[in-house]
Every structure is written in structure tokens, then in C-alpha cells.
Design a protein around this ligand. Sequence first.
Ligand code: SF4
Ligand code: SF4
Length: 138
Amino acid sequence: MRYVISHAKIHTDLLQKIQELSGQNVFDCYQCGNCSSGCPLVEYMDYAPNQVIRLAQLGALDELLESETIWICATCLQCSSRCPKGVDVSKVMEALRVINLRNREGRISPDDIEKMTDEEVKELPPIVLVSAFRKLSG
Ligand code: SF4
Ligand code: SF4
């Protein structure tokens, strides 16, 4: 697939939001791959952690927001502790989850969760619960 890079495509409000929510500058990453080589869940991801950062650098934000990776990440912080550039990749993952949930039609809110049955709540990935409640905090 041909992907055209442009300044306008990269420097979007959405990228600014990712950086604002995560407190990370994705352009600090030089793609050494240390984050991905230490990630215990990388084999289950559609994009490895370093690829997530690369896609953010390239402005491919739709791919990121639709990726499985952001929900598979367990926020174990292994990637963040291994980064020689001090990029906290897990915070970028969390920012992407928050943006995804905020953008979603029919997104899950704390009120929705209270209306669900115990069985329905058990079916939700734990990270959805965490992110649903975090939406209230900024
Ligand atoms: S470890 Fe840091 S510099 Fe290396 S690829 Fe991952 S985010 Fe980028
Ligand atoms: S925080 Fe997420 S991306 Fe980073 S090593 Fe852990 S599971 Fe992998």
C-alpha cells in the first residue's frame, strides 16, 4: 500500500492529543526496537510497540486507533523501562485507548457499566473498565 507522508498528515490535533494525554514526545523514538523485544505480549499484537510509535510518527492514527495492540497491552511497563530515549510507550498506549473510547459511538461509560448484568461485565476486557472510569478524570 502506498502511504504518502506530509507535514499536515503528521502534525494533527489527534497526535497533539496523544502527546498531551501521554506526556510523551513520540518523535524522541529512534526505532531501536528495545520496547518490542521486551514486551511479553508482542506475539499477540497486530502492531509491535515500536510500530505503534512509528505509526504515530507517520500520522497513521486511524490504524492505531483501530489496532488490537492497544487493548492487548497489559500496562506492564516493560517497554517503558527498556527505552533508551525515555519514551514511556505504555502511556502512549493508554492515551490511544482513552481517545478510542472517547471517540466511539455507543462508547461505554461508567453509567453503562452500572446498567450491565454481572455476566456482561465479565465479558468486558478489564482495560475497558479502567479506561471507562478514567474518562471522567480528564
Ligand atoms: S525502545 Fe524507545 S527508542 Fe526504542 S523503539 Fe521503543 S520507543 Fe523507540
Ligand atoms: S506495557 Fe504493554 S506494550 Fe509495553 S511491554 Fe507491557 S504489554 Fe508490552
